[in-house]
Design a protein around this ligand. Structure first.
Ligand code: KG4
Ligand code: ZN
Length: 338
């Protein structure tokens, strides 16, 4: 089954064609990152306009690259939530029009389910059940993937997402948007013991996390150094910050593996590209004898292929939409409107 998959929830316009949920025939992406960089973050109105400009050309490109025709496509899938509402709407309207014009089924896909499904592309043998640490620009949670379309959230951030904090701290340190990758590179040259930053403490639900205290502590440290004219050791601050994020995530993942008895842990989302977090998850999981699944960096960030992968399983589960499909800025991974 060939699925044409569309993703436009933030600042990447992406159209992919994925076969049977596992094989990427093409994955076309037009990134807007350079445009938003001068503003230090995504400008929603600009994102929507650029999606409109790019999306038709990307779909044509996807067909041209694979040599497929419209008749070879079996369904159209699209990210319908969550994301910047104007941006998600562009993809949803394009996908609705394409499905209607070609008379193909329309498959709505939750963006975070798509991130998790990036693992199915990287690991053809991976099947649920497994645990997944989702760490992106907007979400941070530990998910129990019971089946392809059946999930439980064990814990989630109570405030900021990890990626948001990477970007904010990166911005204040003068790194280009989005700051995560640059901060990761800088951290590799630093000494994490030079600065002390707080770790979020387990609350009522020990799987839940908090990052706003860490973000504020890092920003205060930077501003204080500026005020008193103290020169910051930026790589070491980046290393201390990344260590604090990892120390928040990894023990909860370990606890989840131990308490649920799962022997498979996957990571997903843009922050899953972080070298320190990858290394720490790998080391912790190895100690427990658990198998680790980490998509290559190209599949960690937003892309269309991951939407096409999850779409296949949504289709098999009968989760289809009609022309009344709407876009949602927020929606739980379980499908509830927030
Ligand atoms: O999943 P994603 O592409 O978009 C959302 O769905 O939010 O994640 C983007 C986030 C950004 O915050 C970006 O800074 C972060 O992923 N990121 C990283 C790294 N690469 C991307 N954060 C830490 N280390 C990295 N190497
Ligand atoms: Zn994403």
């Amino acid at each position: 089954m060939n699925i044409l998959a569309v993703e436009s929830s933030c600042d990447e316009t992406a159209v992919a064609i994925v076969r049977d949920g596992r094989e990427v025939l093409t994955d076309c992406i037009a990134s807007q990152v350079d445009l938003h960089r001068i503003y230090g973050g995504v400008v929603p109105e600009i994102a929507s306009r650029k999606h409109i400009e790019a999306i038709y050309g990307l779909a044509d490109q996807a067909l041209a690259q694979t040599g497929l025709t419209r008749a070879d496509l079996d369904a159209v899938a699209v990210t319908y939530a969550p994301g910047l509402i104007g941006a998600v709407l562009v993809g949803v309207n394009f996908a609705k029009a394409a499905a209607l014009a070609m008379n193909k089924p329309l498959i709505p896909v939750h963006h975070i389910r798509g991130h998790i499904a990036a693992n199915y592309l990287a690991y053809p043998d991976l099947e649920p059940p497994f645990l997944c640490l989702v760490v992106s620009g907007g979400h941070t949670m530990i998910v129990e993937v019971e089946d392809y379309t059946k999930m439980e959230i064990l814990g989630t951030t109570l405030d900021d997402a990890a990626g948001e904090c990477f970007d904010k701290v990166g911005r204040v340190l003068g790194m280009p948007y989005p700051g995560g990758a640059a901060l990761d590179r800088a951290a590799q040259q630093g000494d994490e013991t030079k600065y002390t930053l707080p770790r979020s403490k387990p609350g009522e639900n020990p799987y839940n996390m908090s990052f706003s205290g860490l973000k504020t502590a890092a920003l205060n440290l930077i501003h204080h150094a500026e005020q008193v004219g103290e020169e910051l050791d930026i790589p070491s601050l980046c290393a201390a910050f990344t260590a604090a994020v990892s120390d928040t995530l990894v023990p909860r993942v370990v606890m989840a593996l131990e308490q649920t008895g799962h022997k498979k842990i996957a990571v997903a989302g843009g922050v899953a590209a972080n070298s320190r977090i990858r290394a720490d998850i790998l080391a912790a999981a190895q100690k427990l004898g658990a198998q680790v699944y980490m998509p290559p960096l190209s599949l960690c960030g937003d892309n269309g292929a991951m939407i096409g992968a999850q779409a296949y399983y949504e289709y098999l589960a009968g989760n289809l939409a009609d022309m009344s499909l709407n876009a949602y800025a927020t929606k739980s991974i379980l499908g509830e409107t927030l």
